[in-house]
Design a protein around this ligand. Structure first.
Ligand code: NAI
Ligand code: MG
Length: 503
């Protein structure tokens, strides 16, 4: 039953009208074995979009078996990369053709501004094409020059791979993670977040339509503690990939460790923007405010600590406060809205809780933030906020995942680098300066997986993106290395006989 009042595209209304929406296992739509369902809502209005099957551990077992069966018998793993590439390109084309449908589903389910959801769908399409092409062009076989032996290595797909995703970028992260796995010839089981399962279910159905063999892409919605935990602990998987909080990342790594299964973890962050005194203050304010309000700050690599040279601190703060007051908060489908809601009541409570705790620990409140009202919409809206003070403050140390930045000032480069690196996380930082020699020097001294210069949130295909420390391990997406992660290396060696012809 479709209970929303928002005007949807006919295809979206039809999809939601099929509620309760089922899992996709072995090419079939499957309900949960105990018929349990959960509701997913539009965080911009709290209206229920659809009910979704809550898969149980025995359902997860079926999905892993379907993926193992497809790996062994559908022919997918044995296809030459160019033939697999044809199917993956067809898949990308089909998603692109349905971009308005995917974008509206994603926008409503995640509370994501429609234009940004369109960008995420396009990113999925481009990631799929990037890996489909890459798999055709990289060398999977390397001859080894070894005296007295004929030897080579060959890279083979692992088998069924598990994926657990968070709610902030459902379709984009699906692309970043499953595209390399599929291009390499693996099969996949995807557990989307319970707040945002819809675009992934739609994706699973579409795979069938374009001729990807049944069981190659399986989608198992459900709760983290049940469906997610069963997937991470399943001995039938050959690899696991998790994107989400460090707390759950640890549980996943423990479960995989017990099965000696390789795991890729992409976790949270507490990134810094390090701003020197030679920047264009107004332009930098534009970009920083854009970054922290993008998807209401629910972005793991966001610049949440702004470390600003003392001589421009006051000017930059007032330029940012001015802009942040003007950010238009609204429903995600409202074309005038610049920032939508956060994803859930839980997430809004988390953001407001950090604002309170930060102030209680002595942070200087530059812009108070708090709950925001949007006329006619009872959603989870919050206003952007700025706190300042010592980076020992709880709001400067822990990941908030909302439109909140914590500011502090510095006098020299060495002090600034010390402040940037004073964190347990290690995902992404940015340096802002017109001195490009300094930019490179500082970029290479910030301890994290990624450094950006005069920009924040930059993800071209081909540049590895990964976190270290509390931000991840065994990870990396978006580059050629990711494709190789989804191949196991096999060495083949034969001692040469006297009768062998000399090469
Ligand atoms: P989470 O880490 O609990 O959820 C991520 C995924 O893990 C979801 O699919 C969930 O169902 C699954 N999951 C939860 N518990 C599990 C378990 N025991 N075993 C297996 N899978 C499990 O993140 P949550 O609670 O949605 O958000 C909490 C905080 O985590 C956020 O406020 C934010 O700080 C951080 N976060 C970071 C993300 C990132 O991209 N790095 C994304 C989402 C959240
Ligand atoms: Mg939702």
């Amino acid at each position: 039953m479709n209970r929303i009042s928002t005007n949807c595209l006919p295809e979206v209304a039809e999809f939601l009208g099929g509620s309760p929406l089922k899992a996709v296992i072995g090419g079939k739509e499957v309900e949960s074995s105990n018929r349990e369902v959960f509701a997913t809502c539009d965080p911009g209005s709290q209206e229920i979009l659809a009910e979704v099957a809550a898969m149980q551990p025995d359902d997860i077992d079926c999905a892993v078996r379907a993926a193992a069966e497809a790996f062994a018998r559908s022919g997918w793993a044995q296809l030459p990369p160019n033939e697999r590439g044809v199917l993956l390109h067809r898949f990308a084309d089909a998603v692109e053709k349905r971009k308005p449908i995917f974008a509206q589903i994603e926008s409503l389910d995640a509370g994501k501004i429609l234009g940004q959801a369109e960008g995420d769908v396009q990113n999925f399409v481009e990631t799929m094409r990037y890996y489909a092409d890459l798999a055709m062009h990289v060398q999977r076989r390397s001859a080894l020059a070894v005296a007295g032996h004929e030897a080579w290595t060959v890279r083979q797909p692992w088998g069924p791979c598990g994926f657990i995703f968070p709610w902030n970028f459902p379709i984009l992260l699906a692309g970043w993670n499953i595209a390399p796995a599929l291009a390499a010839g693996n099969t996949v089981v995807i557990k989307p977040a319970e707040d945002t399962p819809l675009s992934t279910i739609y994706l699973g159905r579409l795979a069938r339509e374009v001729g990807i063999p049944d069981g190659v892409i399986n989608v198992v919605p459900g709760f983290g503690k049940v469906a997610g935990a069963a997937l991470a602990a399943h001995p039938g998987l050959k690899r696991m990939s998790f994107t989400g909080s460090p707390e759950v990342g640890r549980l996943i790594a423990e479960a995989c460790g017990r099965n000696l299964m390789p795991v890729k973890l992409e976790l949270g962050g507490k990134g810094a923007a390090l701003v020197f005194d030679d920047v264009d203050v107004e332009q930098t304010a534009d970009r920083l405010v854009q970054a922290i309000t993008f998807h209401a700050g629910q972005v793991c690599c966001d610049a949440t600590r702004w470390i600003i040279h003392r001589s421009i601190y006051e000017r930059l703060v007032s330029a940012c406060v001015r802009r942040m007051r003007e950010v238009k908060i609204g429903h995600e489908l409202d074309p005038a809205a610049q920032m939508g809601p956060v994803v859930s009541q839980k997430q809004r409570d988390r953001v407001l809780g950090y604002l309170r705790r930060g102030a209680a620990e002595g942070a200087n409140v530059l812009l108070a933030g708090g709950e925001a009202a949007v006329s006619g919409r009872d959603g989870f809206y919050v206003k952007p906020a700025l706190l300042a003070g010592s980076l020992d403050n709880v709001a400067a140390r822990e990941e908030i995942f909302g439109p909140v930045a914590f500011l502090t000032s510095f006098s020299d480069e060495e002090e600034a680098l010390g402040l940037v690196n004073r964190t347990d996380y290690g995902l992404a930082n940015s340096v802002w300066t017109s001195d490009l020699r300094r930019a490179s020097r500082v970029a290479e001294s910030m301890v994290a997986g990624n450094s950006w210069i005069n920009a924040h949130n930059v993800f071209p295909h081909g540049v590895p993106y990964a976190g270290i420390n509390q931000s991840g391990m065994g990870g990396g997406v978006l580059s050629v290395e990711t494709l190789f992660d989804y191949w196991r290396s096999l060495s083949v060696v034969r001692p040469l006989e006297n009768s062998d012809p000399t090469p």
